[in-house]
Unconditional design. Sequence first.
Length: 139
Amino acid sequence: MKKLLGFILFFALNVCAQAQTFKMPCDVSGTVPAMEDKKLPPEHIVVEIQSLGKNLFLKIPNSKLYSAQVSSLETEEFSGKNLTNPKQMGAHRKNKLTAKESEIRIERDSRILFGYNDTVVDGQAARIYFQGPCTPPTN
């Protein structure tokens, strides 16, 4: 009986600790203002959205130009801020050592994504700004 209770407790804690990931497809394009507003090609991306406790996590993986990862989580390496309000959902992240920043925001009504990411473009440190429409998330 104790083994069964232990297994149930272990299983329940693991299930509760996992955050469900919602995937929101978006079509974005970007610019690099520091390079005479260099236009970047459009790309179909997927934003992965998770909420765990009071923290929000937004990630754009597998993108050639627009990869970004933000969260409201505060760590030794990063400062994070939740930008969510009645009009938008989003987060901002800053590397405390390098001062590189990233931000992803999605307007609730229009589902337009706005973001930026400090990265390297053509061998130069630069901030990429990107935006575009999204469709409702799937899980």
